[in-house]
Design a protein around this ligand. Structure first.
Ligand code: ZN
Ligand code: FE
Length: 253
């Protein structure tokens, strides 16, 4: 099983993803931030579109469903919440599987940014498409869920094998790194932040990241280790996570 992944910037700071199961030639897009940009990428690659896999209902993730389905007849999978704004053929949730040719995605519940946010994990290729649940050195804003739910989702991502590549939906990393340095001074974070600032200066992407890199440096995954520094020693992990999330919401820099 081999999954070919095509990544391209769309809108202000989103990434679009087209994936092709090399054994069968079946193609899916992960979320539909911009139907025209995705169609242009399909044209450039000479691909059609079989499946649309939505991570959550936000317009920069499901807004292109209708146009892409009309153009290609693609079948749409996603959490039930997608129907708030877009067509959906197959509602899926935790533990469900979605097959793209010979590639199998297992659906993970990573709710919190939205209540039904899901991720798509392809264990054979060690990749996961995580939408706005986790970002390189960051995580999504907690718009709908509570800290227990969101911490649960982040913990499930952290429990994947270290080499798993995480394909996040936004390039927010430079600002995430500035915030991370304000709450954590680990040598691993400092070194990574330097590398990230340099990469962004060169216009390079900092997505995908890996589970191992995020466990070592992401201040949200590291919340339990930052508890003492934040004056929250002994507090439950979701409460410490919430404190880091609130600090980021209020961070100016
Ligand atoms: Zn979102
Ligand atoms: Fe988004």
């Amino acid at each position: 099983m081999t999954l070919r992944i095509e990544q391209f910037p769309v809108l202000n700071d989103n990434y679009g993803y087209l994936v092709r199961d090399e054994a069968t030639g079946k193609v899916a897009c992960i979320d539909t931030p911009d139907a025209d940009a995705i169609a242009a990428a399909l044209d450039r690659l000479g691909w059609s579109l079989d499946l649309i896999l939505n991570t959550h209902w936000h317009p920069d993730h499901a807004g292109g469903n209708a146009a892409l389905q009309a153009r290609y007849g693609a079948v749409i999978y996603g959490p039930p919440e997608v129907t708030k704004i877009a067509p959906l053929d197959h509602p899926v949730g935790a533990g469900d599987t979605v097959d793209l040719g010979e590639t199998r995605f297992t659906v993970m519940d990573v709710g919190g940014h939205t209540l039904q946010h899901i991720a798509y994990h392809d264990a054979a290729d060690a990749v996961a498409f995580v939408g706005d649940s986790i970002f390189t050195l960051g995580c999504g804003r907690m718009f709908e869920g509570d800290p227990v739910q969101m911490w649960g989702g982040l913990s499930r991502i952290a429990a994947l094998p270290d080499q798993t590549k995480l394909y996040c939906a936004h390039e927010y990393t430079a600002s995430n790194a500035r915030f991370a340095l304000s709450v954590d001074d680990s040598p691993a974070l400092k070194a990574r932040a330097e590398a990230i600032f340099a990469a962004r200066e060169r216009g390079e992407w900092t997505v995908p990241t890996t589970v191992g890199e995020e466990k070592a440096t992401n201040p949200f995954l590291r919340a339990p280790k930052l508890a003492e520094r934040l004056g929250l020693a002994g507090q439950p992990d979701p409460e410490v996570f919430l404190a880091v999330r609130r600090a980021k919401d209020n961070f100016k820099g």
